[in-house]
Design a protein around this ligand. Sequence first.
Ligand code: AKG
Ligand code: FE2
Length: 392
Amino acid sequence: MRVDLNGIVEITSDRRQAARTPAVASYPSQEECDVSGAWDSDNQAWWDWYVGLAHNKPPAESKGRNRDAASGAASPEDIKLEPDPCAVAPLGFDDLKDELATPYPLPPNAAEQFRLEGYVKLPGVLSSGAVFAMRREIVAVLEATFDAMLDGGAPARRGEESSPEAGRRFYSAEMAWLENPVIRLFVLSPRIAKICADLLGIESVRLYHDNLLSKEPGCGRTPWHYDDHHFPLATNDVVTAWIAAQAIPQAMGPLAFAKGIETWRLVADIPFSKADTSYDRRVAERFRELDVNVDDAPFAVGDVSFHHNLSFHTAGGNETPFSRCVLANTYYADGARLVDAPTMVSGDWRKFLPGVEPGDVAASRLNPVCWPPDERWSRAIETEQSGGPDGG
Ligand SMILES: O=C(O)CCC(=O)C(=O)O
Ligand SMILES: [Fe+2]
């Protein structure tokens, strides 16, 4: 996709001046801004670090019980999931593979909105039976990976002392498609991957990675960022399909997008700090000053958002008693290369691109072409019992 420079927001010099006046006290030091080293831990440690860079208001100021008691509205903790994942029959394997292979009729203005705004949210991409089949697998994988219980089942990892932080994590598991045949259908899905290729306006996309995410009850905000900062891919033809695994009301922290493919330019001068919340605070402040329009609408079951790697996004904290489960699959243009110098902000990227070195074409055996579907899809739908990506 070509980035269109025409849509850029004009800012007057007065407004720019006002926006630059820092309410955030001090600028990070050179050392705090240095992200040139490799990330030397796993990707869950990366997420634990990353959500720690989000600025969260003290509980009294946040949208918690106090506000709701005052307004008479239901407290977030009393929110029920509608529909209840347990009340909807999950689709079986054969129905899933049919649904996930069938092209989705892209609304006429979707590609245009994606090109101008940097994201688009599409309704009814999945049936509720498919969404809840996916959620069941996400919960099972994350519970097994972290020896935890989701949806407030147990506050701490089993065997650990309960602490005030317990249950407030942002769990993440990538590459589950290699092990889990149902997740594999959702990750290699021609339906999802074709939407991504069509939105980017390209012929063919590869998988960068899948990501099973659960923002646990009590977990705070996701810091403002764009994914170009994260993925070590030397292209802007990159899109993430963020698939809600249940309805995501406001209080659960839906993914929220700053409108405008060029909006990243408004914050390009803000120094990223790896050590504190100053980057998130400054970006939020700048967007407020410049009246940047933010879409933080809730997600209904079946909604999938697609965001470009230049789209600035964030998410609120999860104030509900349920886990905010999501499958986030990232795809990029076939033929793209790795950047020459990946940084620690790319986490343990070698896990997603084994054998690929900086500057190489990013096309390892773990980066299947998902649109048009190749033999991996044929193998994925053969049997529910099938093994890893190489068949078996
Ligand atoms: O789920 C979230 O809160 C953040 C996810 C995200 O940033 C992404 O998928 O690009
Ligand atoms: Fe992101």
